[in-house]
Design a protein around this ligand. Structure first.
Ligand SMILES: [Mg+2]
Length: 230
C-alpha cells in the first residue's frame, strides 16, 4: 500500500497506449508479403535500438526513424535506401502507426478512478512532445492528462532523476508525494524510486517475475487504485 500520494504520473507507450500493438499493425500492413511474426519482432528490435540512440542524443528524430527502416529494407532485399526514399516510406508508415493508436483497455477506467479521488494526474514520457501529445489526444485521455513532461522538451530522459524531479517541481510537489507507474522495471519503476517517487512496475508480460523485486508490481492498471491508500 502506498501512503499519502497526491499525484500519479504515468509512462505512455506500453502503459496507457499499446505502442507495440500499433507498431505491429503498421509494419505488417506495410510489408504484407512478409512473415508477420518475424517482421514485427525485427521491427520492434530496430525501433528500440534506434530510440535508445535518439534518447542518448546520438540521433535526431528524423535520423532515428531512418535508422529503423534503412537496415530493414536491406534485410528484406529491397536495396540501400537513401534519405528521400526512407522519408517517403516513413510518411506512410507513421500515418498507419497513428491510425492504430489505441489505449489499453484498463487505462481509461484506472485514470478516471484516480481522478475521482482527487489525485493530480499526468505523464512523463521519453519521446517527442508533439507526437506524445497527439497520442494522449487520440486515446481519449487529454482532458485528464493535461500535464505532460517529455524528454524532447526537457532534454533529460528517464531513468535520469532530473526528469522525475522536473515533473514533481512542475506540480509543486515533493517526489515523496508522487507515484510513477510504467511498464519498464528499470527505467520507469526503479528510475522513479531512485528519484524519490513511489515507483510502480506495470508488468504486462507473462514472463517470470525477477527475484529481489524492490518495487510494487501490478499486472493491470485495474490494480492501481487499491494500491494507493485512500
Ligand atoms: Mg513504456
Amino acid at each position: 500500500m502506498i501512503r499519502a500520494a497526491r499525484a500519479v504520473l504515468f509512462d505512455l507507450d506500453g502503459t496507457l497506449l499499446d505502442h507495440a500493438g500499433a507498431a505491429a499493425e503498421a509494419i505488417s500492413a506495410s510489408f504484407p508479403g512478409e512473415d508477420p511474426e518475424r517482421l514485427v519482432r525485427r521491427w520492434l528490435e530496430l525501433t528500440e535500438a534506434s530510440v535508445d540512440r535518439y534518447l542518448a542524443g546520438e540521433l535526431t528524430l528524423a535520423e532515428q526513424r531512418r535508422a529503423r527502416i534503412v537496415p530493414l529494407a536491406r534485410e528484406l532485399g529491397l536495396g540501400d535506401w537513401d534519405d528521400a526514399r526512407a522519408d517517403a516510406w516513413l510518411a506512410g508508415y507513421l500515418a498507419r502507426y497513428a491510425a492504430a493508436w489505441r489505449p489499453f483497455p484498463d487505462a481509461p477506467g484506472a485514470v478516471a478512478a484516480l481522478a475521482e479521488r482527487g489525485l493530480r494526474l499526468g505523464v512523463i514520457t521519453n519521446g517527442d512532445a508533439g507526437q506524445q501529445r497527439a497520442k494522449i489526444e487520440r486515446i481519449g485521455l487529454a482532458d485528464r492528462l493535461r500535464y505532460l513532461v517529455t524528454s524532447g522538451e526537457t532534454g533529460t530522459a528517464k531513468p535520469d532523476p532530473e526528469i522525475f524531479h522536473l515533473a514533481c517541481t512542475g506540480l509543486g510537489l515533493a517526489p515523496g508525494d508522487v507515484v510513477y507507474v510504467g511498464d519498464r522495471l528499470d527505467i520507469d519503476a526503479r528510475g522513479a524510486a531512485s528519484a524519490g517517487l513511489a515507483g510502480v512496475w506495470l508488468d504486462r508480460s507473462s514472463e517470470p517475475v525477477p527475484g529481489g523485486l524492490d518495487v510494487p508490481r501490478i499486472t493491470t492498471l485495474d490494480e492501481l487504485p487499491a494500491l494507493l491508500a485512500p
